[in-house]
Design a protein around this ligand. Sequence first.
Ligand code: MV4
Length: 663
Amino acid sequence: MASIRKILIANRGEIACRVMRTAKQLGIQTVAVYSQADAGAPHVAMADQAVLIGPGPVGQSYLVAEKILQAAAQSGADAIHPGYGFLSENADFAKAVEKAGLTFIGPTGESIDLMGNKAAAKRRMIEANVPCVPGYEGKDQSDEVLIAEGEKIGYPIMVKAAAGGGGRGMRLVEKSADLANAITAARSEAENAFGSGELILEKAIVKPRHVEVQVFADTHGNIVHLGERDCSVQRRHQKVIEEAPCPVMTPTLRDAMGAAAVEAAKSINYRGAGTVEFLLDASGAFYFLEMNTRLQVEHPVTEEITGLDLVALQIKVAEGGQLGMTQDDVRLSGHAIEVRLYAEDPSNNFLPSTGLVSLFSQLARPGVRYDTGIVSGQEISPFYDPMIAKLITYGDNREAARKLMIEALHETALFGPRTNRDFLIACLENDKFTSGDFSTAFIAEEFGADGHKEADVEGRDLAVLALRHFLFDQQNVVRKSLGMPAALLNFSAADMLRTPYRLEVKDTIYDVVVATRAAGAYQISVGEESFAVTVRSTRDARVEMIIDEQTIASHASMAGATLFVSYLGRSLTAVNLLALNAANSDASDGRSVLAPMHGRVIDVYVAAGDDVSIGDRLATVEAMKMQHEILAQIDGTVQDVLVIKEQQVAADDLMISIAAEED
Ligand code: MV4
């Protein structure tokens, strides 16, 4: 096979960027495909060429095989890398790519087909002496046979859709009386979801660990395993934390699981990167679950402990090259942990969260790796997976990697959409996780049904929020060149001036006053409480402050009037309601009421001729799902109302004009 000169990546986000990074290192040209919603996405900017393939919805873009093939033809690509998800495990697509004379960077369509059916895969694995969960994977799907087989297996039983995967169409049956109904329900669910009602039955393994083995095969009969990954920290079959090696692995068990995984791949004449998933029970017994015929999301932890570039190996194998190593050459060293950053709200049932990323800043430190496809200023659209970035840390041992990950997460700011960052920190700090003694039930057992409970907002939190607001205000003073040095804002030789803040935090309004004692030293009062705060250092979005003798590193960004802040593993937003009004009065002492930001007018409470007093509500503007009250800054009479309910306004649009009382 000829060497690959130009790869089209049939994917988006972090994995498209990941594949392109290696392609570039190898001197291979890259072609991105993108939907209209992704026109500004990093994977498009990173590619040598980019082809628009349709509107945002995946059914009209990334999932349409013909559009991908057309883009490949049009751009002159000679190979396609499918990434994960989308078309990566679509056997027809793999076959169509090869039929078009292109190289599919992945296994054959036949391998994908075979592993796509759990019953067929399991029959083949049993033949190859790969340990499988005892069960029934026969072709006779009659109720009588399934029920009789179920009784033989014993309870609890897992009923699984043969065409399902990743936990979809799965049912746990505790007792004999429930089996018949479970079969009927699972069959109809599977028919609806996968177009096939075929089922398999398995003995249910109680609280297993999910341990998977990375395998790699070339087309010359060479095959190795690259050790295992533990992916037990999952939430509703979505992986959250992965690590390599598995915390409870022993050399003997690794050899046995590795040999089983290699046997599995050999038995189907596999080529390229593959992952053999096992359940590992408390006694150390392991069972084949399924084989994923693609590069996986969590491949970086394997790269970190083997020192290999799995994408480079995939390309080498796809070009017909030799793996160039034997099992003895594979050395595992150190420990790697990966966390998945999701744009979702752990305090609100993990609902996906969208919106503009106002800031994405990373920790640059040896042993810390980010695989991402997002940048500051990018819109997170609702069309795609909420997994927007991966963070990988590497250390000499598990504890070093875990501690580094906690530090890296504290130093990672991802503002705009809600994210699971704080939940990840809580998982990593959990005693069970720290001990390494956990199972696939970890999140359910340790965090329960409600997910992540956020701490209450306390005085110290409000002091941090108010100070960050104040520091942004100072910057604005400098930026607008109002002729006052920043350090003098809120400071006078004669008296200690006080800047009031009215902060809206989690739907509650708090009054906070920042008083400057000296440059960089503040007294911040929140109700009855008062906090002495000193700014220790400032670097870009990061400010380290000392509050009542505790040092706090904070990150913040301002989007419109919304301040995003994170510190001590917490993330909060705070809108300063007074700043909104101050902005309005900037130009004309309150006579011209300007829109504080781009948004929608929710309501207008005054009409021309109305008398208003300072603090009266004039209108409400909604921006970024938050409502902002526009208050009168002066006493006077409304002269003009230039906006109506439901109208869109841009920042600084004139909304209302007021004639001041003294005019
Ligand atoms: C099981 C099981 C227990 N016993 N099969 C879930 C995802 C799919 N790949 C298979 N899954 C399971 N199959 C038997 N016979 C428990 C699970 C399971 C699980 C597996 C891996 C990772 C997380 C999981 C969470 C719940 C259940």
